[in-house]
Design a protein around this ligand. Structure first.
Ligand code: GLP
Length: 261
């Protein structure tokens, strides 16, 4: 696993956007399959994608996307649905074909069937080339809350009180307004991606980042699965490193000296 530490969130986001843009631009022979998150963590990456697109440096015509998760029971036009979020923050501002953007349907009549067909669609697309993600303050990836199976696939999950409290800021500050369940890709689904890039920012993530980077693989911090991935990168800002050992920070900064600028 690489840990790339930038001085601030904006620099971390710009680096991440540039890294992914290079991959997209480099794929000429087949569609590039990109996994995407919502939440505040990817916002500046999306802003940078839009900027690069507007400047003619990045096209999404050859890109197919699969989102990580979606609340159950929020219609696509609900401002807090992830469908709505993705259109507002990315899809409406780039040249991606809407038919090529897939998000789990939290309004499906048969949710289990929706999960199965989501996994099937990823497989049919040839698998995910790069999964971009964020991390919850309890170390979760997508909505794979503590205790999730590290081999899980797309399924229904119940959200923890910590996640509902963290996400209450989008629901007028009231955790009881946050839907209690969601559809989410599994840890196994993320692990199947050829590459995983996670963006982590701020002190509220520092405790989880320490567990994920310095402790062992553990279902209580599901992002720690990355320790078993062949091609995983965590890009973070300095604030997020505040619980890491000085030696850990020095170590990763030293090996990445040539890569960040
Ligand atoms: C949510 C999402 C995750 C996201 C996490 C962190 O629960 N399901 O995909 O990574 O929260 O959110 P944020 O980036 O807003 O801190």
């Amino acid at each position: 696993m690489r840990l790339i530490i930038h001085s601030d969130y904006e620099k971390a986001s710009n680096w991440t956007a540039g890294y992914i843009a290079e991959k997209i631009n480099g794929e000429k022979n087949r569609p590039y399959i990109l996994g995407l998150p919502t939440g505040s963590s990817p916002l500046l990456v999306y802003r940078e994608f839009i900027r690069m697109h507007k400047e003619g440096k990045l096209s999404f015509k050859n890109v197919r996307t699969f989102n990580m998760d979606e609340y159950i029971g929020l219609p696509a036009d609900h401002p807090q649905s992830y469908q709505f979020f993705m259109k507002e923050n990315l899809f409406n501002h780039i040249d991606i074909d809407p038919k090529h953007t897939r998000i789990p349907n939290g309004m499906a009549g048969d949710l289990e069937k929706e999960c199965e067909s989501y996994e099937e669609a990823i497989k049919t697309a040839g698998g995910i080339d790069l999964f971009l993600g964020g991390m919850g303050s309890d170390g979760h990836i997508a909505f794979n809350e503590p205790g999730s199976s590290l081999t899980s696939r797309t399924r229904i999950k119940t959200l923890t009180a910590e996640t509902k409290t963290a996400n209450a800021r989008f629901f007028g500050g009231d955790p009881s307004k946050v839907p209690g369940t969601a559809l989410t890709v599994g840890v196994g689904t993320v692990m199947d991606a050829k590459e995983v890039v996670i963006i982590v920012s701020g002190r509220s993530k520092a405790r989880a980042l320490r567990a994920v980077v310095e402790e062992g693989v553990n279902h209580m911090w599901t992002l720690s699965c990355l320790q078993m991935h062949r091609h995983a990168i965590i890009v973070c800002d300095e604030e997020a490193t505040e619980e890491l050992k000085v030696g850990t920070v020095k170590y990763f900064m030293d090996i990445e000296k040539m890569n960040i600028n």
